[in-house]
Design a protein around this ligand. Structure first.
Ligand code: CA
Length: 229
């Protein structure tokens, strides 16, 4: 069974990383967003659950919850809030979030709540295969295929995985170390320059060969960031 996809929408980097780390360790596929509009876009693409901070830049957690429910999406939502007095609004019938945690919370608690909500909502089915669309670029998870203008561009497995990990974290700065771990695995003892080499190959195929705008931004001395067209 494919790992369940959990969107973690939180603008506080250390908190987000902590939650993502614990979810990933528990076998979930955690996707990150650090602002409201990115969070809404990813949630609309389809995830099994959303861990949603109320105080997000752009759209806040209230607006995102309202938008998703108004569109008829029943994706379970676990709200994170710093203010106990927001809780009534959040879990009230008005908004329809599934559960909440007030900060500070332990990451284990988040994982436990996520499991409980998924159990309750009976969301143990395989999620529909995902196709991510970025203008002319399509990333097809089921086929492990990247298409431009509908045509497979023949990425190698690592190139595909690298692009996929970057695209699952739109606008999030990803260090070379983290990319190395997520794409090559924790046991891989290669050099971080391996990441650079693969980004160069990706750019060659996407930008040079197909004239796509460069969607992978280099963060010198750190890593890379995916920018959605
Ligand atoms: Ca916040």
């Amino acid at each position: 069974m494919a790992a369940q996809r959990i969107l973690v929408a939180e603008d506080d980097g250390p908190i987000r990383e902590l939650v993502v780390h614990h979810l990933a360790r528990d076998g979930f596929m955690a996707i990150e967003a650090s602002d409201g509009s990115t969070a809404l876009r990813i949630a609309r693409d389809g995830t099994d659950l959303v861990v949603l901070d109320i105080g997000l830049p752009g759209l806040d957690g209230f607006e995102i919850t309202r938008a998703l429910r108004r569109e008829g999406r029943q994706t379970p939502i676990l709200i994170l809030t710093a203010r106990a007095d927001e809780v009534d609004r959040v879990v009230g019938l008005e908004l329809g979030a599934d559960d909440y945690l007030t900060k500070p919370f332990s990451p284990r608690e988040v994982v436990a709540r996520v499991r409980a909500i998924l159990r309750r909502s009976g969301s143990n089915h395989d999620p529909a295969p995902q196709v991510l669309h970025f203008g002319r670029l399509e990333i097809d998870e089921a086929a492990r295929e990247v298409r431009i203008d509908g045509r497979d561009i023949g990425l190698k497995p690592r190139e595909y995985s690298l692009l996929r990990v970057l695209a699952d974290h739109i606008g999030v700065a990803m260090s070379r170390e983290v990319l190395l771990q997520r794409v090559w695995g924790y046991d891989f003892d290669g050099d971080e320059r391996t990441v650079d080499v693969h980004v160069r190959r990706l750019r060659k195929k996407l930008v040079e060969q197909h004239g796509l705008a460069d969607c992978v931004q280099t963060l010198h001395g750190y890593g890379y960031k995916f920018l959605a067209g």
